[in-house]
Design a protein around this ligand. Structure first.
Ligand code: KIV
Length: 308
């Protein structure tokens, strides 16, 4: 694929060069906003890499979007590792971030180290994200010393939603905003190479950028952030109740529904389309002597036989 065929006119991404932390830092310092999405499977990841998306997060939102579970805290660790690896296989040149699920890093630092290592080895991830405040600085320090690139997710933290009674915004008072900025500073000092801030006013994002140097990825955090992320299902219009900050750019939900209706009708009418296989020369006659169907050649024997 040429740089111009990814829709970016070669301006922001060489489609063949892998996106690394260094790429993201360079883009942030040049004032070029990078595009991130939470995605969970190889096929979607492949299309998004072709589109020039820079970062794919195998988010714990898969609990809700993929597994149909009530909250992100229900995301199983093993599934999360498998989905992360699937995304990387689909998008080998994109920066793939693993999202460490609830209780894979909170229970003990040793468990956290083992689990984040698995995301890099088995999950093929380029970095791991943890939801954190300043109290996680020692863990971020230990992960970083072990060679694991960490993204610290601050602001609204869905894995702590039980404390507030649901997913909420954050940083809307000066005291809370100051705490979030202090979290960002402490986590960066501990080694976090990327920061992600969720559901905060623009002022909070701007204050974080003033006090830190790590690229800041925002979700519902205003245009000042160096990178922007959404859940791909929200972007594509496949979610019944997307968050208010997620503006869809397509209506794939209704399109899937219509395609399903068309299939139901075609099945009912017996017009399923596609290739039909024919028996080899003389075989139909051997199966039901005297009742062989008239020869009908649809696919030549020399064509590769594919049922996919
Ligand atoms: O899991 C998720 O989708 C996230 C968001 C920040 C994109 O963590």
């Amino acid at each position: 694929m040429s740089a111009s065929s990814n829709g970016l006119n070669g301006a922001t991404r060489d489609a063949n060069a892998p996106v690394t932390i260094r790429t993201l830092r360079a883009m942030a310092s040049r004032g070029e906003t990078f595009a991130c999405l939470a995605a969970y499977d190889a096929t979607t990841a492949r299309w998004l890499e072709r589109a020039g998306v820079h970062v794919l997060l195998a988010g714990d939102s898969a609990a809700e979007v993929i597994l149909g579970l009530p909250r992100t805290v229900h995301m199983p660790l093993e599934v999360s590792i498998a989905l992360t690896a699937a995304v990387k296989r689909g998008a080998p040149r994109t920066h793939v971030m693993a999202d460490m699920p609830f209780m894979s890093y909170q229970a003990s630092p040793d468990d956290a180290m083992t689990n984040c290592g698995r995301f890099l080895t088995e999950g093929l991830a380029d970095s791991v994200k943890i939801e954190a405040d300043a109290s996680y600085a020692p863990l971020v320090d230990r992960m970083t010393r072990a060679g694991i690139p960490v993204c610290a997710h601050i602001g609204s933290r869905p894995q702590t939603a039980a404390l507030t009674g649901g997913y909420t915004s954050a940083g809307r008072t000066a005291d809370e905003a100051r705490r979030i900025v202090d979290d960002a500073v402490a986590l960066e000092q501990a080694g976090a190479l990327l920061l992600l801030v969720e559901a905060v006013p623009d002022e909070v994002s701007r204050a974080i950028i003033t006090r830190t140097t790590a690229p800041l990825i925002g979700i519902g955090a205003g245009p000042a952030c160096h990178g922007q992320i959404l859940v791909v299902h929200d972007l594509l219009g496949m979610t019944d109740h997307p968050p208010r900050f997620a503006e869809p750019v397509a209506s794939l939900g209704p399109a899937i529904e219509q395609a399903g209706r068309d299939w139901v009708r075609r099945v009912r009418e017996g017009s399923i389309g596609g290739v039909r296989y024919t028996m080899r020369e003389g075989e139909a006659e051997r199966l039901s002597p005297g009742q062989a169907a008239p020869p009908q050649r649809i696919r030549s024997d020399s064509e590769p036989e594919s049922v996919s």
